[in-house]
Design a protein. Structure first.
Length: 374
């Protein structure tokens, strides 16, 4: 509890890709220290007051609502929150059979199961789990077979009392890409619309982000970053954009309020061509350092040194821009947002106790920001 705010620890849910089948199905792995990314908690103010109730409710053995549908625009923290809530339930009830996937991976997994004559195994995974998490279920648009399969799976899970959590940009019945049957199943549970953080929550997020990078901010500058005096619409000031503003200050070392306002305001407006230019520069700087071509960074090669360079570049792109995981993935050969999320979390874990890697990241960050300033 933080003075009128509710803070939910962002415990990791998904295991490393090595434990994930081609169908995007996984068994939950134990939480590991340092695996929560730049922000250590989901901060909910009065605008997201239901989050406090959800955090308590999901730990109960008997659910009064099922499924749980989290909806809201990009940047409000749907993915982080759905994983945090699922991890709360998994840990509280000692659940072992947890399935976590995305709409895209679910459809790909079903297609692969059909092609390899493994539909029975795929069905068993989804019908027999104790907890099912599907991020971005709207990605099943125009995938009739996948939606029909999911409807049947939801019916089987509800009958068994297994809990289901999904995310969507809009409420199910307002998502025209979903079949009436699937929209009806999802609408039968609890629909929780998430809002961008209010002023009080934004102040706390700025404090957390600054603390994470050991950045000392004056009260005036912290208030400015939180949007207390900003002319930008407050709905634009989501957690990723606030994080980017703080990290931009940490990278430049310029804490003068006036110059800070000039440097951070474009980042608070949205994912612009400026952000894409930063990602391009990240690719150039990282590629040059690791002697890897841009084609290799964006390609499908899994050779260790290329994969390491690619993961580091994704982490830097996330650190230096306000782009979502999905937007960064598109810049890296149209990869899924979960791939970028894993790369960022893996790099964050590696930073713990690895001074050499931290110095390298600082050096690469300096090269990118210096290039952007020219």
């Amino acid at each position: 509890m933080i003075s009128g705010l509710f803070s939910l620890p962002l415990s990791p849910l998904a295991p490393p890709p090595a434990a994930v089948s081609r169908g995007g199905v996984s068994r939950a792995a134990p939480a590991r220290a340092g695996d929560t990314g730049p922000s250590q908690s989901f901060v909910a103010g009065p605008e997201n007051v239901l989050v406090r109730t959800l955090a308590r409710a999901v730990t109960g053995e008997r659910m009064e609502f099922n499924p749980l549908v989290l909806c809201g625009p990009t940047g409000v923290g749907k993915t982080s929150l759905v994983h945090a809530l699922a991890a709360q339930r998994r840990d509280a009830l000692s659940l072992e059979n947890v399935v976590t996937t995305t709409g895209d991976d679910f459809a790909r997994g079903l297609g692969h199961a059909i092609d390899s004559d493994a539909v029975a195994d795929f069905r068993a995974r989804y019908h027999q789990c104790d907890l099912l998490v599907i991020d971005e279920v709207h990605r099943l648009a125009e995938k009739t077979a996948a939606q029909q399969f999911l409807v049947i799976a939801l019916d089987a899970l509800m009958l068994r009392g297994a809990f289901v959590i999904v995310t969507l940009p809009r409420p199910p019945q307002a998502t025209t890409s979903l079949s009436p049957a699937l929209a009806s199943r999802l609408a039968g549970g609890l629909i929780v619309p998430l809002q961008p953080p209010g002023l009080e929550a934004r102040h706390e997020l700025v404090r957390q982000f600054a603390q994470h990078v050991d950045l000392q901010l004056s009260n005036d500058l912290a208030a400015q970053l939180a949007g207390a005096t900003s002319p930008a619409p407050t709905r634009m000031l989501t957690a990723p954009r606030l994080r980017h503003a703080v990290l931009q200050l940490a990278a430049t070392g310029d804490l003068h309020p006036r110059s800070a306002n000039r440097s951070t305001r474009p980042s608070l407006v949205g994912e612009t061509s400026e952000s894409k230019a930063v990602i391009r520069q990240v690719l150039v700087v990282v590629g040059k350092h690791f002697d890897v071509t841009l084609t290799e960074l964006k390609g499908k090669s899994r050779r260790q040194h290329i994969a390491d360079a690619r993961g580091l570049a994704m982490f830097l792109a996330r650190r230096l821009t306000a782009c979502s995981y999905a937007s960064i993935g598109r810049c890296f050969g149209k990869r899924d947002h979960s791939t970028v999320l894993h790369a960022c979390r893996k790099t964050e874990r590696m930073l713990t106790g690895d001074d050499a890697l931290r110095r390298l990241l600082d050096e690469l960050t300096g090269l990118v920001t210096a290039s952007e300033a020219l």
